[in-house]
Design a binder for this molecule. Structure first.
Ligand code: PLP
Length: 295
């Protein structure tokens, strides 16, 4: 039977001294309605989330995901999450999951109910979609202008570009536009021509022996998968770098990947119709690493 699980959380203050948060959890039926109609996450997308990959019962990179949840909360003026409470909620979801296969655990922290006193929080868990084709055959992408220049994050922090907010309507619209153009996915570029990220993934390029990704300047969400892969590459003695990458350099790369927690490393086979050679062996080694237990 497919893994489907949902747990409501009564969010604790970040300095709550309790060590056992069982009493703050309520298991709910994932198939029945659970949110109030006044919920601001559904009315305005006002909240934050994380998607954690699960491989053979192991949740990948829990601490980096919790650190990013805390960072997003800070950017959005949401109360700081209690890390131990979320760890225990993740453990609850895992205990109900299969010992084998791939899954995804989502952590959601919403502003709460309009005029309500507290944020709303919940965790869901489910079987992951089969991403074998994207990982092996690869994906075609198009570049799309995000409409902001490189100065936008500093000039307009309220755009929340570095936070993983629930407002993904723009990201989903970009993927639909990519499909209209005959591709599978998109790479956003700034209006002044700098490579940013994909709507749900980070971008990594190989130029010769160097692996490069856009600088985490606040214009993008820094990917936990990208950071983990760079740690692995560094440990293997490879050269990795964070740089401002001109959009014109995308097609000059020897290889390009989109990286994210559930799809993992998807090799890019074409950018705006220009074919890119896929390094199948290197891509397979990335995904072998990304599928191994990571903390
Ligand atoms: N950038 C954006 C906009 C994303 O939505 C995501 C993941 O969903 C990523 C990057 C990659 O982040 P991670 O590797 O932590 O999944």
């Amino acid at each position: 039977m497919a893994w489907r699980y949902a747990l409501m959380i009564d969010p604790a203050a970040s300095d709550d001294p309790r060590t056992d948060f069982s009493e703050t959890f309520t298991v709910i039926d994932p198939a029945t309605p659970a949110l109030s109609v006044g919920e601001l996450s559904t009315q305005r997308g006002d909240g934050i989330f994380e998607s954690i990959g699960v491989v053979d019962g192991h949740p990948q990179e829990v601490e980096p995901h919790l650190a990013r949840l805390a960072h997003s909360a800070q950017l959005c003026d949401l109360p700081a999450p209690h890390a131990e409470q979320w760890r225990q909620a993740i453990a609850r979801a895992l205990a109900e999951g299969p010992a084998e296969g791939e899954g995804v655990i989502k952590l959601i922290l919403s502003r709460g109910v309009e005029h309500g006193p507290a944020p709303t929080a919940w965790v869901t868990a489910a079987q992951a979609a089969d991403n074998t084709a994207a990982r092996t055959r690869g994906i075609r992408v198009v570049t799309l202008d995000r409409g902001y220049d490189s100065g936008a994050p500093a000039r307009a922090p309220w755009l929340l570009l570095g936070a993983k907010t629930l407002s993904y309507a723009v990201n989903m619209a970009a993927i639909r536009e990519a499909k209209r153009r005959g591709a599978d996915d998109a790479i956003f570029v700034s209006s002044d021509g700098v490579v940013l990220e994909a709507p749900t993934a980070s971008v990594v390029l190989r130029f010769g022996d160097r692996f490069v990704t856009p600088e985490p300047t606040g214009a993008i969400l820094q990917g936990t998968t990208q950071v983990s892969l760079f740690d692995h590459l560094r440990a293997e003695g490879r050269d990795v770098a964070y740089e401002a990458i001109p959009a014109a350099d995308l097609v000059k790369a020897d290889a390009v990947w989109l990286l994210s927690s559930v799809r993992l490393a998807a090799p890019v086979t074409a950018i705006d119709g220009a074919e890119i050679v896929v390094d199948a062996a290197l891509t397979a080694s990335f995904n072998d690493y990304l599928l191994s237990p990571r903390d």
